[in-house]
Design a protein. Structure first.
Length: 366
């Protein structure tokens, strides 16, 4: 809950910032960065944090990460300038990176083979439930006051006793990694992870503006729509194990992207706000398959003595994609408009996947 989806706690707050910071230029663009600024910290610091966590241990790292997750995350309840708000969003990224590296590397230690694939699906499903909790809670609170969603980050304090109880005496003895380099076969996975999050994070960074600004829906309704997408995300994660029994990691990646392309196109065709309850889950379902697949793919290739560092680089790739998502697509959104933008992205993905499929079939024939 505190890792991949925690940024979305403030997603329904973003469209309201223009009403508070009326004198701030480019407020819509800056408000989108509020969601992805933690990703900048994660993207650049995760590889270094992976080395640091290896030195001090995952148990201590998890406690420190959860403590500062709450301190930094709740800062938006009292800060008064947009610059300070953006800074306050950067700092939680450091703690999220720590928590994600710790959790991913522990999965690699505790589970193997099909058991790992099954647990990765469960982990991603609970991650999606965390997204539901954050988005629905944030939507409800943002209707009362745009600052209230930041209070959700208090959950970090609630989780510390569970870390003490369940991880305190289970710190795995780690091997010395000092003279070992990362597996070069992981670099392609890191690139695919970046592209995945670049595309998937269109969901929380663009849909609120479409639903609230164009369809004039409430924060609560917007939160419910996005939350349903995250529920579907969890279902997609649970579907991963069944797909893995039949397909390779690379084929599952293509299948997930194909589902997302359909979701994008259907969202772009919506003319009644209630239809978002049917179209956004398609996008979430494909994303759930992909996020579980990419992490399991990395763990299958990472040497057991390098899981912490490998997890750090994967975390960096995922969140670098999160950060760049609104930046890369802002010109496209400005040109086409936010709703037509979804059709353009869906059609682009469909064309790329069609090209890959034709090329694959050509190789099989010749």
């Amino acid at each position: 809950m505190t890792t991949m989806m925690s940024n979305v706690a403030v997603v329904t707050t973003l469209p309201h910032l223009k009403d508070y910071f009326t004198d701030t230029e480019n407020i819509e663009f800056l408000s989108r960065l509020m969601l992805t600024f933690p990703s900048l910290a994660i993207a650049f610091l995760a590889p270094f944090l992976g080395h640091l966590i290896f030195k001090i241990g995952r148990y201590k790292s998890a406690i420190v990460g959860l403590l500062f997750f709450t301190i930094f995350g709740t800062a938006g309840t009292y800060l008064e300038t947009m610059d300070m708000l953006l800074l306050s969003r950067f700092l939680p990224g450091i703690t999220i990176a720590i928590l994600m590296i710790v959790s991913t590397s522990l999965v690699g230690d505790y589970f193997h083979g099909e058991a790992r694939h099954k647990f990765m699906g469960l982990q991603s499903a609970f991650m999606s439930l965390g997204g539901v909790f954050f988005v629905v809670g944030g939507g409800f609170l943002s209707d009362m006051n745009w600052r209230y969603p930041f209070l959700i980050y208090i959950i970090g304090l609630i989780l510390i006793p569970f870390v003490v109880k369940f991880l305190g005496d289970r710190e795995t003895i780690l091997h010395d990694e000092s003279d070992e380099n990362l597996n070069s076969r992981l670099f392609g996975i890191y690139l695919l992870a970046f592209f995945l999050m670049l595309i998937f994070y269109i969901l929380p960074t663009q849909i609120p503006f479409l639903i609230i600004n164009k369809f004039e829906a409430s924060g609560t309704m917007t939160g419910a729509i996005i939350a349903l997408a995250f529920v579907s995300n969890g279902l997609g994660a649970l579907m991963f194990l069944k797909l893995k029994k039949r397909f390779s990691f690379s084929m599952i990646y293509i299948i997930g992207m194909a589902i997302m392309s359909v979701g994008f196109i259907l969202i772009g065709l919506v003319h009644d706000v209630r239809l978002f309850f049917f179209t956004s889950p398609i996008l979430g379902f494909g994303g759930g398959i992909l996020m579980t697949n990419i992490t399991a793919w990395m763990l299958s290739r990472a040497h057991h003595t390098k899981r912490i560092k490998s997890s750090g680089y994967l975390t960096s790739s995922l969140f670098l994609g999160q950060f760049f998502s609104p930046i890369v697509f802002h010109p496209v959104v400005s040109y086409f408009g936010v709703q037509h933008f979804f059709i353009v992205i869906g059609a682009f993905l469909a064309c790329v996947l069609a090209f890959i499929f034709v090329k694959y079939q050509y190789k099989r024939v010749f």
